[in-house]
Design a protein around this ligand. Structure first.
Ligand SMILES: [Zn+2]
Length: 304
């Protein structure tokens, strides 16, 4: 089975622990294709992308999940967005004059914070959780996020290189919780010893194993004495949500006076999407046309 650019769920048959494996190769390269990131930032973004997809896999929603890391450090903003079917995009903004050699996530963002927002498509519900960055690695920060927001013990192992990113998540589920969940149909109570043993086994995973082994081979390598059941895998892909409607919304939010000034100075308006590098062009007629109210539009929405 091709394991690249997929997300794979699994469950331990004997006890209430579920897990997910994610690996991005081509989709990761597409995500960073138009950016020149310093190594520490590319590494942090890659781990963030893997972690965001793993988090999305654990949640029930139909819409988008947005992760933001913000702080006063050299990397002042990182934004990663995934849809509930794992179309992902992400970008990091940084100061080019700042030294960042050897810095981890906390150092790069300057002791910033991690914000997770989950929005359903129909806007029926919106959830936001904010935690301080507690460590230099995304895994530790996400573990702290899960502890605070989901109250479910969760462990992550992440790896990122230029070629690909990958991650493993294990989550301990409440015994007897959510009988509706098919994942739990065989689950019985789980003792601390069992959880600790599974975590200890998972912690022996190497970055190279995460990045190269098929899900079957990896789970066999880590948990061959346990009964693990794999679910169907889901494709993971790079997807940018930018559209002419959204860009028009940004220009409308900017205001007619400002847009007229840009048109007068530059003969039109050009907006480049930070995520996918696509250039949206408006000639003077297009640019002023968006203020005529002939486009029926969703409310203005900023491209991050
Ligand atoms: Zn775009």
């Amino acid at each position: 089975m091709q394991a690249a650019d997929t997300l794979q769920g699994f469950v331990f048959e004997q006890f209430a622990v579920r897990g997910y494996l994610v690996r991005l190769d081509a989709s990761w390269r597409a995500l960073i294709e138009h950016h020149t990131y310093p190594d520490p930032i590319r590494h942090a973004l890659g781990e963030g992308v893997a972690a965001t997809l793993l988090l999305a896999a654990t949640l029930k929603f139909d819409g988008q999940l947005i992760l933001q890391v913000q702080g006063p450090g050299p990397m002042h903003l990182m934004v990663i967005q995934t849809t509930s079917n794992f179309g992902v995009r992400g970008v990091a903004r940084f100061r080019t004059d700042a030294p960042m050699e050897g810095l981890g996530l906390k150092g790069l963002s300057g002791e910033g914070q991690l914000t997770v927002t989950v929005e359903n498509k129909d806007r029926s519900s919106r959830y936001q959780g904010v935690v301080p960055l507690v460590g230099e690695r995304f895994a530790a920060c996400f573990e702290s996020y899960f502890e605070r927001s989901e109250q479910l013990p969760t462990r992550l192992w992440l790896t990122a290189t230029d070629q690909g990113v990958a991650g493993l998540l294990l989550q301990r589920l409440p015994s007897g919780a959510s009988a509706s969940s098919a994942e739990l149909e065989h689950a019985v109570s789980l003792g601390d010893d069992d959880w600790n043993r599974v975590v200890t086994l998972a912690a022996t995973v190497t970055p190279s194993e995460l990045a190269t082994l098929s899900p079957e081979a990896l789970l066999w390598r880590l948990f061959n004495e346990e009964q693990v059941r794999l679910f169907d895998s889901s494709p993971v892909f790079f997807q940018c949500a930018c559209s002419r409607e959204r860009v028009s919304g940004i220009l409308r939010a900017l205001g007619e006076v400002e847009v007229k000034e840009i048109v007068a100075e530059q003969g039109g308006v050009e907006v480049r999407c930070e995520f996918c590098n696509r250039l949206w062009r408006y000639d003077p007629v297009d640019a002023l046309g968006i203020f005529l109210g002939d486009e029926s539009l969703s409310p203005p929405k900023l491209l991050q």
